[in-house]
Design a protein around this ligand. Sequence first.
Ligand SMILES: Nc1ncnc2c1ncn2[C@@H]1O[C@H](COP(=O)(O)OP(=O)(O)OP(=O)(O)O)[C@@H](O)[C@H]1O
Length: 308
Amino acid sequence: MASALTLRSITKHFGPLAAVDSFSLEVEQGSIFALLGPNGAGKTTIIRILTTLLRPDSGTALVGGFDVQRQGKEVRRLIGVVPQDNNLDRYLTARENLVMQARLHGMGAAETSRRVDELLDLVGLAGRRNDFPDTFSGGMQRRLVVARALVHTPRVLFLDEPTTGLDPQSRRAVWEYVESLKDSMTIFLTTHYMDEADALCDRIVIMDHGKALVDGTAAQLKDRMAHAHCYELQFRANTDHYESVLAGFPFVRSLQRTGDLFRLSLAGEESLKPLMDAIGTEDIRKICLREPTLEDVFIELTGREVRE
Ligand SMILES: Nc1ncnc2c1ncn2[C@@H]1O[C@H](COP(=O)(O)OP(=O)(O)OP(=O)(O)O)[C@@H](O)[C@H]1O
């Protein structure tokens, strides 16, 4: 299948820092692709290069076959961008925000009117069309930004952390909407939510320090961890004490704590006995094996939690 996006050996420095370091990628048309990585990995820099906001130092980037450096105008016609921040015009109503975007893309009055009303309906904001964005919840503002990115019917949609800061219900609404777009366009997203990438994406690349570390479907990435020994562990008491004990073991490869529940992976099966010997059984409420998650893959590869 044809590529919607191509990056060939893209490098971008900020001073001595290589934010993107000889990065190559092909994204197929009509797929949902996720770029994951810890803070500062280089994800936004790649989006800014692909959306013609930033010139790379070297390498080639193509969108729909057009070169982002030499054919910026053609590229901008093909893309819709949902940036990290809700950069809506607060002095324009919801509808006017979309109409403004249509004008910028040179759409005629009749087409604009039809498309804008259709989109407001689709993102569930038709009833609020004449209200100002400042009166909207975070989720509603986000949906309006997504609608604005779609006004000119782009072929590639860039979503930079589309659901950060949203409550679970609004996140679901954005997911459903993104999924419904899948057949008509290519979607390129960055996210800090592993469940989001797992649920939505056909393909995932995890990057750090400007380089790709791994590339595949969610299932393929999780298969990499098939050898890993992942456990859930919960204590009845002294949880803080056990956290420092667990963190001190060289064979505990990753450790995450949510409330009083720990998720950890061990270097091997043989590590379980010394672990149990050291922590005893007195305070243990539960210990069980669990399936590896994308989060485990992420921590294994980057050595870091998704948000630090
Ligand atoms: N305009 C800039 N000037 C200097 N350094 C920059 C600039 N933009 C990005 N950087 C640096 O480049 C690196 C990559 O930044 P980038 O924003 O691409 O990371 P990211 O993966 O999108 O992170 P996050 O998840 O926090 O958004 C970081 O170290 C960042 O501080």
